[in-house]
Ligand binder design. Structure first.
Ligand code: KG4
Ligand code: ZN
Length: 352
């Protein structure tokens, strides 16, 4: 029998079970991650972060990221299996992020997962990174189920979805960024303010000491009837404020600037998300992605939703930024939703 036929047969036998083990990989950006999950339960989730390596370049260098994934992935697998208390023989499914992300980085996880799936005759499930972020909430809230509104905020995405189920056709895009992602704008503002990489947590920390009303920024698409975003204007406005004050020889208050920036982008995504939930008459909002670690966003979204009689589901901090547990749980949900296993010619899709 061909590999894909074996994979299909094995996967079909798992569909109505929830006690099988998924081994998941994530390598779309600068974290190499590996996890073992059983349903929505995480048995082990290990991350080898490259932050220290990329720090001195002020951002992720794609080629260096790929090389370091290659160096890390093998021993990370051993550590993850050990932490989960299982061996490769116990694994039923291999899952991997195949997009979106950096092409070279994605390929490391993808080739590794394919080789394992082929060698062990296991079904391979290709996971969309965004769906992984959404699934991070199923780890924290095992009783959560669609329908709900999902706000995904990361270094590569700013999206609002109406989620009616876990299959692609059941995730309806209601709004997205037309230029920078919100996390990217945090990273760029951090660079302008000389805070370094990764920018999000550094801007958040500095913002705590500033006055969020000190600077006002114009909100894009103010009176337009859609839920799309733009974040490139605010970054340019901040770059101009900083360079103009330097030219005048003034010292700009960086904490006030960080606080005002954060306040502006947080209220922007919160307002659009509440609008989406009202439009679709949905009472549950799910937050996901690296920027979901931002306390101001978590608090403001929760308060705004409460005012409207809605509930907000937040992922635990450890599952906000990239990890493989969310990829494993997304694969579990995909299997339940009827996904077919991938064949070995599966390719990475950087702009998925
Ligand atoms: O989901 P993630 O780990 O990777 C992508 O899929 O992009 O998100 C990383 C992004 C970065 O832009 C980072 O600056 C941002 O999430 N981030 C934050 C915070 N923690 C991470 N942004 C704002 N506040 C934070 N506390
Ligand atoms: Zn991510």
């Amino acid at each position: 029998m061909q590999y894909i036929e074996i994979a299909r047969e094995k996967l079909n036998k798992l569909r109505d079970r929830d006690d099988f083990l998924i081994l998941a990989f994530e390598s779309s950006c600068d974290e190499t991650a590996c996890s073992v999950v059983k349903g929505r339960k995480v048995l082990a989730s290990m991350i080898s972060s490259q932050i220290e390596i990329h720090k001195r370049f002020g951002g992720v260098v794609p080629e260096i990221a790929s090389r370091n994934h290659t160096l890390a992935i093998d021993s990370l697998l051993t550590e993850t299996l050990d932490a989960a208390g299982v061996t490769l023989k116990d694994i039923d499914v291999v899952a991997v992020t195949y997009g979106a992300g950096l092409l070279g980085a994605l390929l490391v996880g993808l080739c590794y997962a394919k080789a394992l799936a082929y060698a062990l005759d296991l079904p391979l499930i290709a996971v969309n990174h965004i769906k992984g972020h959404i699934a991070s909430n199923y780890i924290t809230h095992p009783d959560l189920n669609p329908p709900y509104i999902a706000l995904i905020v990361s270094g590569g995405h700013t999206n609002i979805y109406e989620v009616q189920g876990f299959a692609d056709k059941d995730m309806i895009s209601l709004g997205q960024t037309r230029d920078d992602a919100i996390g990217e704008s945090f990273d760029k503002v951090a660079r302008i303010l000389g805070l370094g990489y990764p920018g999000g947590p550094k801007v958040e920390k500095l913002a705590k000491q500033g006055n969020k009303e000190a600077f006002k920024f114009t909100r894009p698409f103010r009176n337009e009837d859609h839920l799309d975003f733009s974040f490139s204007g605010i970054k340019t406005a901040i770059a101009n404020l900083v360079s103009n004050s330097k030219a005048r020889g003034d010292e700009i208050n960086a904490a006030d600037l960080a606080a005002s920036f954060q306040n502006s982008v947080v209220s922007y995504v919160v307002d659009n998300t509440i609008r989406a939930a009202k439009d679709k008459n949905l009472k549950t909002i799910v937050l996901a992605g690296g920027v979901a670690a931002n306390s101001a966003l978590r608090e403001e979204l929760t308060q705004a939703a409460q005012k409207e009689g809605m509930t907000v589901k937040l992922p635990e901090f450890e599952y906000c930024t990239d990890n493989a547990a969310m990829i494993g749980v997304a694969a579990y949900e995909e299997i339940k939703a009827g996904i077919e296993p991938s064949d070995l010619d599966l390719d990475a899709d950087p702009s998925l």
